[in-house]
Structure formats: structure tokens, C-alpha cells
Design a protein around this ligand. Structure first.
Ligand code: CFM
Length: 539
């Protein structure tokens, strides 16, 4: 088996020029649990080599689209040529429900400064100021966020100075992001930049306290396909008060008040671990990693919250909710298992879902052959324990590292030393830790970082998996290979897939996809007769 996989690994890279092949080989790892409890090192969060077709997006996408975009009443303005705003307009399925009909909701809008040659040559700050004024007059938002696209950094427009001036002039919160597309090696840099700005400009502005006993924030949940609605309903039934979500179905005010919570739950570690760490340092709020994808991991995550607050009534209520939900989950599993057991899946998505969704497939009896992130870091693969050994390179140094100290008046450790020691000793609670994807995968499974289009096609030929999970850019190449492709970014218009109801939805969807033969029954035209290359008509 081991030899076979080593051959497959060289199959994936042998077509590349030697140097490129060597570099890619460091990002392709055969998973293994080593005797000292670690997994092999993987190279991650490094530049994609020129010539390779990557799945990745840009830093602007990670900042504007991913972290800030889902918030319904922060008015987002893209400072740049129109394309950046246009292509990030409503392309991510983060849903929102404003509490009342007249609550502000700017999600459907796309605001851009529509930079032209004139601004590229003479500077765009004036046009940006005019845009902010116009946007304010039209929408009267409480907060405006300004996002930099590549040319902004190249010509040196100072979005932060403009933000300060406009904040003063308009009397609302205006903040800017140096999230030029080229700023980092992927969208991951944009997450970090967004985290920093939220922490500096938003979190902590409203000290209004809450009476409820079990107060949490949910970090790194973006309400794709309505996942956040399902999770919120579970919190409500368990008696858990969610103050803020970063940032699915969120509003600005809840974010300003987030520091009044007593626990941060981190769903997507990659996109928001910085906020969790900084809130711990400044306000004394501990965090735990959760995963509401998969019924068993949902139960585990709810129980973690019970352990943290260590309250008998809360624990009882959580068990009651789990007991109410599980019969329907079991029934759906028993229904799909005979048809799905032993079928195989590959997952190449983002920076957390390639890990989270493995749970759902396993719950259906399916096997994982290969998985990888587009832009995860080594800690997302190998676990946070490798953090001290990650070397900073020029690209990571490019992103501001905030110096955070305890707040003079508002720092309040939520647990004393004894309580903390007790919590740390509970193995399943994994206090302030993320174990990573590889330790939870089996030996011999392939882990590939920043997979290329070529490697994707080779993998499909070699393994013929029952299903391949990726995004819209990969979808059609996969389907042309006769294999169903499930989009795990947008859910293919489906979902929600979080919590118990979401798990049931997912089981049915995947059952349908892996058992319909449609894709393998439709040969591509060139499979029977090679394509005819016609010379262009010269009329
Ligand atoms: Fe986190 Fe996300 Fe993801 Fe991500 Fe994304 Fe996304 Fe994703 Mo697409 S924040 S890392 S940058 S879980 S948009 S909701 S699906 S790549 S795996």
C-alpha cells in the first residue's frame, strides 16, 4: 500500500520541471501517525508557482468577501477598478435575516469607486472621499469599511488617512483595510488583515452588559447556505446566549459588544484564530475549537460548551437537545449507509472545510482518499502545536502583527488558575487548541496543499473517487471526468449542512450524487472522436 501511494505521489509531480516537481513534492504528503505522536511536516502557506493553475483567491477576497462581507450593516466600499467589486458581488452564499423589515441590510449592494486611468495617474483619494460621502448620504450606515485592491497599493493611496478624515467629517465609524490582492500568498492574508481591523476599530466599543448566564461568541461561521441559522437555533434551545457571530448573519452593533461574552467558539480556525487570541489577551476571554459540521461533532461541540461553563442545568439541557435530534439523524444514516458504505471521497477546499466535512462522510460509512486546503497553514494541517516551529517568511512578515496587552479596565480572566488547570486537563475539551486535519486522518491517505488543476485531473484518473469536493472553478473539469463534484464552498445552492438537520440534508444529497450514474454515462465528445482543429476562417 505504502509503495503504491509513493508511486502515485511521483505520478502527480513527474511531469513538472525538476525544480517545480521538488517544490510540489513538499506540499504532497502521505499521512502517517509517527511514534512521537506527530504527523509528517507539510509545506503550506507558500506562493503558488507561476504556471500552475491554483484554486486560490486573493487577499482582497479574503478580507472583503470572507470576513467582513457577511455583516449586513457595515457598508463595504471597494476602492479600485470596477472588476474587483463586480466579481466579489454576491458570489458567496452568506445569508442574512435582518431582525425587522426596516433594519439596514446592505448585503445586496456592490459599491465601488470605479477607479479610472485618471486616478491611477493622479491618485484616487479624492474620488474615494466623494464615494464615502455619497454612500453616507444614500444609506446612513453606522459603519463604512474601505477595501484596497491591487492598484491602490501600487499608486500609494492612503485609505487609512481617508478613513480617519471621513470618520471625523461624518461622525460614524469608518475604517480601511490594506488588503490589496497581492498583499499575501492567498486569501488567508486577507483574513488576518480583516481580523486586525475588526479588533482595532470595532470590538470593544459597546460595554452594555448582558444578564444571561452562558454567553458566547461564534467566530469563523459565515452562514453559508443558512448554516448559522441552524446553529443559532441549537444555541437557543440549549439556553446559550450568542452575543456576536463573526460574521455570518451579523450586525455591526453585536460585534462592538462581543467582548462581554465569556467564551469564544472558533469554528473556522484559519480565518479568525487571530481575533480569538487577541480577545483572550485584551479581555481575558478563553476560546475553544468547535465544529458544527457533522452530527457527532455538533454533539461534541455542544458538550464542550457544557464542560466549559460546568453547570449541571446547562449540561442537562444540552443532553436533552442531543437526545431530541439524534433519532432522525440515525434514521437518515441507516437509510443511506447501505448505498454509501465504502464509497470514496476527496476534499480540496479552503482552509477548514476539507477537514470539517470528513466527519460527515465518515458518518455515512464513506472513506476519505485524499484531502487538502487551498490556503491552510501548517497548524491547520498538523495542529497548533507546530506553531512555534513555523518560520516567518517575507510574505508573512508583510502582514501586521498587532501587539496586544490586557485592557486597563476591562481585562477580566473568566476562569481562575485552578479552574483553568481543571479545564486544560479535560482532553476532549482541547482548550485553546486545534489538533489539525492530519492527526484525524488515517495513515496512507494523501494530503495535498494548494492542489493544482493538473494534479486534480491525475488524481481523478488514478483513483476514480465516488465524489470529489471542491469549488466552482474545479467543478466542470471533475464532472467531465465522469465523477460527481460537490461544491463545498457554495453548497451548489443546497444546504444548510450544519448541525443535525444539516447532517441529514448532506447524507441525502451525497447519497443521491454518488448513486446516480449520470456523469459516468455521458462520455465527453472527444472520448469517441478526437477534436477536429479547424483553421480560423479568413474572410
Ligand atoms: Fe473558513 Fe469559510 Fe473555509 Fe474560509 Fe473560503 Fe468559505 Fe472555504 Mo470558500 S472562511 S477557510 S476563505 S470555512 S469562502 S465559508 S468555503 S474557501 S473552507
Amino acid at each position: 500500500m505504502e509503495d503504491n501511494i509513493t508511486t502515485i505521489k511521483s505520478e502527480l509531480t513527474k511531469i513538472y520541471p525538476t525544480k517545480v516537481g521538488r517544490r510540489r513534492a513538499e506540499q504532497i504528503v502521505i499521512n502517517q501517525h509517527l511514534p512521537d505522536g506527530s504527523v509528517p511536516e507539510i509545506k503550506a502557506n507558500v506562493r503558488t508557482l507561476p504556471g500552475i493553475i491554483t484554486q486560490r483567491g486573493c487577499t482582497y477576497a479574503g478580507c472583503k468577501g470572507v470576513v467582513i462581507g457577511p455583516s449586513r450593516d457595515i457598508l463595504s466600499i471597494t476602492h479600485g477598478p470596477i472588476g474587483c467589486g463586480f466579481y466579489s458581488w454576491l458570489t458567496r452564499r452568506n445569508q442574512t435575516h435582518p431582525p425587522t423589515e426596516d433594519s439596514p441590510n446592505f448585503i445586496n449592494y456592490c459599491l465601488s469607486t470605479d477607479m479610472q486611468e485618471q486616478q491611477i495617474v493622479f491618485g484616487g483619494e479624492k474620488k474615494l472621499k466623494a464615494a464615502v460621502r455619497e454612500a453616507f448620504q444614500l444609506f446612513h450606515p453606522k459603519a463604512i469599511a474601505i477595501f484596497s485592491t491591487c492598484p491602490v497599493g501600487l499608486i500609494g493611496d492612503d485609505v487609512h488617512a481617508v478613513s480617519r478624515a471621513m470618520k471625523e467629517e461624518l461622525g460614524i465609524n469608518v475604517f480601511g483595510f490594506s488588503c490589496e490582492g497581492y498583499r499575501g500568498v492567498s486569501q488567508s492574508a486577507g483574513h488576518h488583515i480583516a481580523n486586525n481591523a475588526l479588533f482595532k476599530n470595532v470590538i470593544g466599543l459597546d460595554d452594555t452588559p448582558h444578564e444571561e448566564k452562558f454567553k458566547i461568541n461564534l467566530l469563523g461561521e459565515y452562514n453559508i447556505g443558512g448554516d448559522g441559522f441552524v446553529i443559532d437555533e441549537l444555541f437557543r434551545r440549549c439556553g446559550i446566549k450568542r452575543i456576536a457571530t463573526f460574521s455570518g448573519n451579523s450586525d455591526y452593533q453585536s460585534m462592538t459588544n462581543a467582548h462581554t461574552a465569556d467564551l469564544n467558539l472558533v469554528m473556522c480556525h484559519r480565518s479568525i484564530n487571530y481575533v480569538a487570541e487577541m480577545m483572550e489577551k485584551k479581555f481575558g476571554i478563553p476560546w475553544i475549537k468547535v465544529n458544527f459540521i457533522g452530527a457527532d461533532s455538533t454533539s461534541k461541540s455542544l458538550r464542550k460548551i457544557g464542560e466549559y461553563f460546568d453547570d449541571a442545568d446547562l449540561k442537562k439541557q444540552i443532553e436533552k437537545v442531543i437526545a431530541e435530534e439524534m433519532p432522525a439523524v440515525e434514521e437518515a444514516r441507516n437509510d443511506v449507509r447501505p448505498r454509501c458504505e465504502g464509497k470514496t471521497a476527496m476534499l480540496f477546499v479552503g482552509g477548514s472545510r476539507a477537514h470539517h466535512y470528513q466527519v460527515l462522510f465518515k458518518e455515512m460509512g464513506m472513506k476519505i482518499i485524499a484531502a487538502g486546503y487551498e490556503f491552510g497553514h501548517r497548524d491547520d494541517y498538523e495542529g497548533r502545536k507546530v506553531l512555534p516551529s513555523i518560520k516567518a517568511d517575507a510574505d508573512s512578515r508583510n502582514i501586521e502583527q498587532l501587539e496586544v496587552v490586557p485592557d486597563a479596565t476591562r481585562y477580566r480572566p473568566r476562569k481562575n488558575a485552578d479552574e483553568t488547570a481543571k479545564l486544560t486537563a479535560i482532553p476532549d475539551l482541547e482548550m485553546e487548541d486545534y489538533v489539525g486535519m492530519m492527526p484525524e486522518m488515517n495513515d496512507g491517505e494523501l494530503v495535498i496543499d494548494d492542489i493544482s488543476e493538473y494534479e486534480t485531473e491525475r488524481l481523478l484518473e488514478i483513483y476514480k473517487p465516488s465524489i470529489f469536493c471542491a469549488g466552482i472553478k474545479e467543478k466542470f473539469a471533475v464532472q467531465k471526468a465522469g465523477i460527481p463534484c460537490k461544491q463545498l464552498h457554495s453548497y451548489d445552492y443546497g444546504g444548510p449542512y450544519a448541525g443535525y438537520q444539516g447532517a441529514i440534508n448532506f447524507y441525502h444529497e451525497i447519497d443521491r450524487m454518488v448513486n446516480i450514474k449520470a456523469w459516468s454515462l455521458i462520455p465527453a465528445p472527444w472520448q469517441s472522436s478526437p477534436p477536429e482543429i479547424k483553421a480560423a476562417a479568413a474572410d
